[in-house]
Design a protein around this ligand. Structure first.
Ligand code: FAD
Length: 417
């Protein structure tokens, strides 16, 4: 059952005020330059760490801020409005690297790594994707073998956010074969000096984020959690990561919408503000509606995480809806801005480029649909009930609308109750 209540406590409200100020003063004025340079200054992560942005949900005893997922989603959204590349790096650091160590690490690992990650002294990356294993994560080829008291990892990782600048990488690798002949997958913690940063991958959007290709050659690593449980760990981590990608999409879309709305009121053509034209109004209405629905779905999934529920379906739905809506909202914003939207004088074209990533990173839209389909089909109620209702009502359930059309809703009632 969907609930829209997610009240924020005093600590969350204070944090979000700090994030808003950080975004307005430390991020927004530099976003164009960073995007042009395709690079973020290291100090911005240190500054983010000072206000708790590098360990939002992590427990206080490991230097985290101990906030709710709802608050973290609102923070990513707010930062996403200012500069999406930075918001994405911070979201990945929190949900993936910090998240996996916090959820599955041994106590000594948490004590050793989390305080440096949550303070912003270190950046954490997360390596699952490989050249030959994207959506099909079971096909990873990076191998880890025991070597004394640690492991040696050999292989490549592709498209790793902050990969080359990270101080620590959580690496997903195979550790052998299962009884059914599939890859046995485990997770590892690897330090920067063991990672070869092959190159920055230049991307369409999210340009200042250091999307990286990484190579491991007999790279020393320590196992994270139980051997053979790496895939389950990664999927659990992604349930949370996808909420932050949804929040990021909402932030980008809100920035694009706000500008389009203001522009529609101010730009005059044919003697009127263009917002008087119905064509523009309809674009604004569709965007406003999709934006609101995206935010509701994102906060709903975050709220369920806060209640400790499984959110695989809700996270995938929020990410899918919010990211695809964000692309449409940014595209409409560009249309409303006309040639000015297409120019690099305004950030509209950047919003559109950045929003597109949200339909790909942490699982493409197609993969989200597969995940959702699996859940939806599993939730199907047995048809028997519907047939019985029809029999009892003495109507033919196969008869097309028109004849017994008024009975059709009975099928729905049978399925839904
Ligand atoms: C900027 C950026 C940052 C990233 N950051 C990270 C990171 O930090 N860590 C990390 O591990 N990964 C990261 N990724 C990788 C990202 O998660 C993958 O790109 C994504 O999962 C898709 O994998 P792929 O690119 O190999 O595409 P493929 O899996 O090859 O997919 C190609 C196309 O086929 C479709 N497709 C594939 N399988 C199916 C199917 N069964 N049914 C229907 N359609 C299907 C896909 O949807 C897509 O349209 C990042 C990617 C980008 C672009």
């Amino acid at each position: 059952m969907m609930t829209l209540e997610h009240p924020l406590d005093e600590g969350s409200r204070t944090f979000l005020k700090e994030v808003e100020e950080f975004g307005r003063t430390e991020v927004a004025p530099f976003a164009d330059q960073w995007d042009h340079d395709e690079q973020l200054p290291r100090e911005i992560f240190t500054k983010a760490g000072k206000i708790g942005l590098m360990g939002m949900v992590a427990p206080r005893k490991y230097g985290g801020r101990g906030l709710s997922y709802v608050t973290a989603a609102l923070a990513v959204k707010d930062l996403g409005k200012q500069y999406a590349s930075l918001a994405m790096d911070i979201a990945a650091h929190n949900a993936l690297a910090v998240g996996q160590i916090n959820m599955f690490g041994r106590e000594d690992q948490k004590r050793a790594y989390l305080p440096r990650l949550t303070s912003g002294e270190w950046i954490g990356a997360w390596g699952l994707t490989e050249p030959n294993a994207g959506s099909d994560t079971g096909g990873i080829e990076t191998k880890a073998e025991p070597h004394g008291d640690h492991w040696h990892v050999n292989g490549m990782k592709h498209f790793i956010t902050t990969g080359r600048v990270a101080d620590l990488v959580v690496v997903i690798a195979t550790t052998g074969r299962t009884e059914t002949g599939k890859n046995e997958i485990s997770a590892f913690i690897m330090m920067k000096d063991q990672v070869e940063g092959v190159r920055k991958i230049h991307t369409y959007g999210m340009r200042a984020s250091e999307t990286s290709e990484l190579r491991f050659t007999n790279s020393k690593a320590e196992i994270l959690g139980e051997r053979g449980r790496g895939r389950e760990q990664a999927l659990t981590v992604l349930d949370r990561g996808r909420i932050s990608i949804a929040a990021l999409a909402v932030g980008i879309a809100e920035a694009a919408f706000d500008r389009a709305n203001s522009y529609a009121n101010e730009r005059k053509q044919f003697g009127h503000a263009i917002g008087n034209f119905q064509a523009i109004q309809w674009m604004l209405v569709d965007s406003a509606m999709e934006l609101e629905a995206s935010e509701v779905m994102t906060l709903h999934a975050a709220h369920l995480q806060d209640r400790g529920e499984n959110t695989t379906k809700e996270s995938a739905m929020a990410k899918l809806f919010a990211s695809e809506s964000a692309v449409k909202i940014c595209d409409r914003s560009m249309q409303i801005h006309g040639g000015y939207g297409y120019s690099r004088d305004l950030p509209i074209e950047r919003y559109l480029r950045d929003a597109k990533l949200c339909t790909i990173g942490e699982g493409t839209s197609e993969v989200q649909r597969l995940v959702i389909a699996r859940h939806v089909l599993k939730e199907a109620k047995p048809l028997k009930l519907a047939h019985r209702e029809h029999r009892e009502a003495n109507v033919d359930p196969m008869r097309p609308a028109g004849g017994n059309a008024q009975q059709q809703p009975g099928v729905e009632t049978g399925r839904g109750s």
